[in-house]
Design a protein around this ligand. Structure first.
Ligand code: CA
Length: 235
């Protein structure tokens, strides 16, 4: 028998629950539902889901509390589903260990893509590993050669500086996932540079000039306004 990934949907709105159940079951996921935070905690332990879709506005507790509680002992991917559009909430969720977030209303294909990315990243064990990446990352005309420490666009060396390369290779390692400004800055410049996005923005402007055909409409590295950057998925 086929083994299907099991998704725990934590959501108090029954109509949204039904929407998730229909979409996910049609795409061969097994779906379990929790309508409260208490139910969510008990299902995480009893049913061992492969991924959790977490609504932040629940009747008995804030979804952030669930995320925090689960992260104390589990690396299960969590995608926050939220009606909250404040960047602050998204950053807080990501910094607290959410793998991604999706803002209502959203499209089915976007939802499925985020789920696939989050599950794949756990399987390949990229998260939390400090081992250096090898091989190549390819997305459209963009190639990151992790062995040569070079980035190519349509076969031509993009001529990135060392820091520019570090930023691009980091985003490539987590392709499809949004990385917060703080997380990138901590990786590249260390913890003392925290809360200074300017240097990152300057680097990103230069990177885009070198990689993108039209830096105003990037194909490879997308801006999540007020949150961070996301690299396009690998081919
Ligand atoms: Ca809700």
């Amino acid at each position: 028998m086929e083994i299907r990934d099991r998704i725990l949907v934590v959501e108090d709105d029954r109509r949204i629950c039904n929407f998730f159940r229909n979409v996910l079951e049609a795409n061969h996921y097994e779906v379990i539902l929790a309508h409260t935070g208490t139910e969510a905690f008990s299902m995480v332990t009893s049913r061992c889901p492969d991924l959790m879709l977490l609504d932040l506005g629940l009747p008995d507790m804030d979804g952030m509390r669930i995320l925090k509680g689960v992260r104390e002992w589990s690396m299960m991917p969590v995608i926050v589903v939220s009606a909250r559009t404040h960047e602050k909430d998204k950053v807080e969720a990501l910094d607290m260990g959410a793998d991604d977030y999706i803002t209502k209303p959203f499209g089915t294909s976007e939802l499925l893509a985020r789920i696939r990315t989050a599950i794949r990243h756990t399987r390949t064990g990229l998260i939390g590993q400090d081992g250096t990446q090898t091989g190549v990352f390819v997305s459209g005309g963009l190639t990151i050669d992790y062995d040569k420490h070079r980035v190519f666009v349509d076969g031509k060396d993009a001529g990135l500086t060392q820091n520019e390369y570090k930023i691009v290779s980091l985003l490539g390692k987590y392709a499809g996932k949004v990385m917060t400004y703080d997380a990138i800055i901590r990786e590249i410049w260390g913890p003392n540079m925290k809360n200074d996005n300017r240097i990152l923005r300057v680097n990103m402007a230069n990177i885009r000039r070198k990689l993108e055909q039209n830096p105003a409409e990037p194909q490879y590295i997308f801006t999540e306004i007020g949150v961070g950057y996301r690299m396009a998925e690998a081919d």
